[in-house]
Design a protein around this ligand. Structure first.
Ligand code: EPZ
Length: 420
């Protein structure tokens, strides 16, 4: 099994170009199921989850090609008969696979999709996904680990309030409603930039979608879709991760290929911590920070602070002069990185859904174990700022969502390499 070896304390400088967003690419790929005309998707990140989604689409019979050199995906399903089954072998490694349920059901009036496998960060049920699809007219049964969904006469637009905010369920609902008969009015939706990127893509295919304030979306279903080209938005979590790396151990580290407007919350938290930046529309340079201040934050749906950057900012909090607090509101088990960070010399206490980080602490290299994608990268950040060598095991978690992480860091002076 591959490991990452990090020799810490090397100041990072130079430029890191951010890749396309994994969490925007996945629902966009699922939405291509609706359209039999030519589709070209650009700026696709080469990460494991995207490759799994491409495999899933291939598995159901989609004519999909991933040009890795150009980071482009081409899909053309004219005269193709797609299967309506998404098997466990593909869903067990990537929960986001459940997002094919809405498009398959909407387009083919039936679908059999495996319930996703277990997850390290929380129980992550799919009840809200099923709730919205039922409201659109689906009959759903769970049998032998599979979701069996049917809508003999096709899905029909409805007014639906999501019982709580969910990114995936919002995306499933939007895609399903896009091909349903009539108009759907969704409320209490997730408004993450990746959900907006999905709706931008669907609009280009000919679907009328209107966002209004207060998390409401109006969708006019359309079964006559056209060919389209789309460039995936930047990965705001990858960007946030490298910005935090810059705050931790940077000396003029520039993060490019982003929209700083989208990262407003993250930037404001880091500013409160005393991090100094030069900010322009499409890049940000982290000038470093001598005196990190403690802060108290909570993770929330967008535009709040993202749960996907919680583990990373916790590493920066170990440098703060005082006690910082993080309240994790999204996932119930997302503090799995804490014991590993403590093994590296941090002092972090967990109390229910909150973590208290006592700083400042100098971290020391250790052999550690990654448990999920963002926990893994937090250990890389810890290793970059630690004395001596850190070895991170189970880096396959990291490869699910970060493209060539160690290469990007090495180009900026980090001493990090992969070992078998
Ligand atoms: C998306 O997951 C992201 N994944 C996650 O990114 C991210 O952490 C999460 O949103 C929150 O921002 C993708 O976009 C592919 P949710 P998703 O449905 O859609 C509960 C990463 O590291 N819930 O918004 O699965 C759920 O358990 C990942 O890149 C239900 O109870 O997240 C959680 O507590 C990991 N029932 C909360 O809602 C449901 O049917 C929010 O989850 C659905 C969700």
């Amino acid at each position: 099994m591959q490991k990452l070896v990090v020799k810490g304390k090397k100041k990072l400088s130079g430029v890191i170009k951010i890749s396309g967003s994994k969490n925007a690419t996945l629902p966009i790929l699922a939405a291509t199921i609706l359209n039999k005309n030519k589709i070209e998707i650009n700026g696709v990140p080469i990460v494991r989850d995207v490759i799994t989604m491409v495999q899933l689409l291939k598995n159901i019979g989609s004519n999909i090609k991933f040009d890795l050199k150009k980071r482009k995906i081409f899909i053309h399903n004219k005269n193709r008969k797609l299967k309506t089954i998404a098997p466990y072998k593909l869903l067990k490694t990537m929960r986001a696979g459940v997002i094919v349920l809405g498009p398959l059901l909407s387009k083919f009036k039936k679908a059999k999709v495996s319930l996703p496998g277990g997850c390290a960060i929380g129980s992550r049920p799919v009840d809200i996904h099923l709730y919205v699809l039922k409201k659109l007219g689906a009959k759903i049964e769970i049998k032998n680990g599979y979701i069996h969904a049917q809508a003999k006469k096709g899905l029909v637009g409805k007014k639906i309030r999501l019982p709580s905010i969910s990114v995936g369920a919002t995306e499933n609902a939007i895609i399903a409603a896009s091909f349903a008969k009539g108009t759907t009015l969704l409320s209490n939706c997730a408004s993450e930039p990746e959900v907006r990127d999905l709706t931008n893509f669907l609009k280009k295919m000919g679907i009328k979608i209107k966002w209004s304030t207060n998390r409401k979306i109006k969708i006019l279903g359309n079964q006559n879709l056209k060919s389209t080209t789309h460039k995936v938005m930047f990965d705001r979590i990858e960007a946030g991760t490298f910005i935090i790396a810059g705050a931790l151990i940077g000396k003029k580290l520039k993060i490019s290929g982003i929209e700083t407007q989208i990262l407003k919350k993250e930037i404001s938290v880091l500013k409160r911590m005393g991090v100094k930046f030069q900010i322009s529309k499409n890049d940000i340079t982290i000038l470093g920070s001598k005196n990190i201040k403690p802060v108290s934050i909570k993770t929330e749906p967008y535009p709040g602070f993202p749960t996907d950057l919680q583990a990373q900012i916790m590493v920066l909090m170990t440098k703060a002069n005082g006690i910082s607090k993080i309240k994790e509101n999204i996932f119930e088990k997302r503090f799995m990185h804490v014991p590993e960070l403590n093994r590296m010399g941090a002092k972090i206490k967990i109390l229910g859904d909150s973590s208290f980080v006592y700083g400042p602490k100098q971290l020391n290299g250790a052999e550690v174990m990654a448990t999920d994608l963002r926990a893994s990268v937090s250990l890389v950040l810890a290793g970059l700022s630690a004395e001596k060598t850190t070895i991170i095991n189970r880096v396959y978690h990291l490869d699910r969502g970060y493209e060539k992480l160690e290469n990007k860091l090495r180009k900026c002076n980090a001493n990090i390499f992969r070992r078998n």
